[in-house]
Design a protein around this ligand. Structure first.
Ligand SMILES: C[C@@H]1N[C@@H](c2nc3ccccc3[nH]2)[C@H](O)[C@@H]1O
Length: 435
């Protein structure tokens, strides 16, 4: 292997209590909220199709114009307790909120910039209200922080000369100061979700990303940091030049999932983040411009993720006034109903079952109870659920709700479980007992 100064700090899955809690949580709420939530993808009468939090970029809006949105940011309908209540009812065990997105606007009163909540009509420490409400509701809080910063004068996309290098070192100091400030002001925070780390300037400075992880861990030794923060000595991201995962979990799955038969991903901790429309993180006024995922589509993505040993972060983009759009409220309600019935069995503590994938759905092993489950999304016309067990394992009992399902064994092809008489018309689970 190659000797690295800024490579992976350790190999293998962390087994401390904080990381075990993150893993057991499995389902998190992502919140993208900032100045971009005000225009909602529309500028001077033109609606832009791209992701609403990138509007300034697509519409080529000068910084001075965009930044003046801060004088309009006044979410007078924001009710943190209501948000936390909805999140809890939806089954979210953790939340990750944008403290600062690419635009550079900070949702907390920062000592290191004027471009923050303090200098808006809202004035108050919005992030504190948020952290307190979600913590009170028993939901773990994580902070999203964008390294890419369109507002900060010392941000550089690349390092072409000494001047760039000096400026970017000042930007690094600014970012590190802000992150330590966030840990100090909001000590409940469990970890950081870094974004905007794909530019050359960051890839050329593996030391910066290494130092940020080190600084955060000095304050909180069990802080959880995503792999997207990290670049190594040679600019390799997420995985160092020796192929070892950097950070505490792999965070490359943005709006897509690994293949169903990907067993490599089950060896590391990972988290997928997902939008409800095709590609909108911040609030966009018009969701008719793309496909919007149904509750069942989202439930399948969540269960597929858990079946491969990953966490799932579902995104919400509240409006500038602090309210959620109807589509998000409806999804929350549907998902919450399903989670109230099944999450304790197949989401929380859910993990890879190491059984051969089948067409009807996904297997989940509950690491708390030790029980194995099947989650059915695709009803077979044969009315038979095929199960193939590893050599030496025999199927004993299949429980569906309060009944035992019939099954037969085919010496060459495996077991075939008969569907229950009245199959639910929603994704359902069955428990598998083997011997
Ligand atoms: C979690 C997501 N990451 C940001 C983002 N910006 C991108 C630019 C290019 C390619 C992918 C991107 N993802 C999105 O704005 C959102 O915050």
């Amino acid at each position: 292997s190659i000797t690295l100064k800024y490579g992976a700090q350790y190999i293998g899955k962390r087994q401390d209590a904080e990381m075990k809690k993150f893993r057991a949580n499995r389902l998190g709420q992502f919140i993208h909220w900032g100045l971009y939530s005000i225009p909602g993808g529309e500028w001077n009468g033109t609606t832009y199709l791209g992701a609403a939090e990138w509007l300034a970029n697509f519409a080529k809006i000068p910084n001075a114009t965009w930044d003046s949105l801060q004088y309009q940011f006044n979410p007078n309908k924001f009710n943190a307790v209501q948000w936390a209540k909805m999140a809890k009812a939806s089954g979210f065990k953790y939340v990750t909120i944008t403290t600062k997105h690419h635009e550079g606007f900070c949702l907390w009163p920062s000592e290191f910039t004027e471009f923050d909540i303090e200098n808006t009509p809202y004035k108050k420490d919005l992030l504190k209200e948020f952290v307190d409400a979600y913590t009170e509701a028993g939901i773990d809080v994580y902070f999203y922080y964008s390294i890419l910063d369109w507002h900060h004068k010392d941000w550089r996309y690349d390092i072409k000369n000494q001047a760039d290098s000096l400026a970017f070192s000042k930007y690094f100091e600014f970012a590190k100061n802000q992150l330590l400030e966030l840990q100090q002001k909001y000590p409940e925070v469990k970890g950081f979700w870094f974004d905007g780390t794909w530019d050359a300037s960051w890839k050329k400075n593996g030391k910066y990303s290494y130092d940020i992880q080190k600084a955060l861990k000095e304050v909180n030794p069990n802080v959880i940091v995503n792999s997207r923060l990290r670049a190594d000595d040679f600019g390799s991201r997420h995985f160092d030049s020796n192929g070892n995962l950097m950070g505490d979990y792999q965070s490359g799955y943005e709006r897509y999932l690994p293949a169903k038969n990907d067993t490599l991903i089950t060896k590391i901790d990972w988290e997928a983040c997902m939008t409800i429309p095709v590609n909108q993180w911040g609030y966009h006024k018009d969701w008719s411009l793309s496909h919007v995922k149904s509750a069942n589509e989202i439930l399948e993505l969540i269960v597929k993720t858990v079946s491969l040993g990953g966490n799932f972060l579902l995104n919400y983009g509240p409006k500038g006034d602090g309210t959620f759009r109807n589509e998000e409220l409806e999804i929350s309600n549907s998902i919450g109903n399903w989670m109230s019935k099944y999450a304790d069995k197949v989401i929380y503590y859910g993990d890879y079952a190491n059984l051969k994938p089948q067409d009807w759905g996904y297997y989940v092993k509950n690491t708390n109870s030790g029980k194995f489950y099947g989650v059915v999304f695709n009803l077979p016309l044969s009315k038979l659920l095929k199960i193939e067990l590893p050599n030496g394992k025999k199927l004993k009992v299949v429980n569906f709700e309060t009944e035992k399902l019939e099954y037969h064994h085919h010496d060459k092809m495996g077991y075939f479980i008969s569907l229950p008489e009245n199959t639910p018309n929603e994704p359902f689970i069955f428990e598998i007992l083997m011997e």
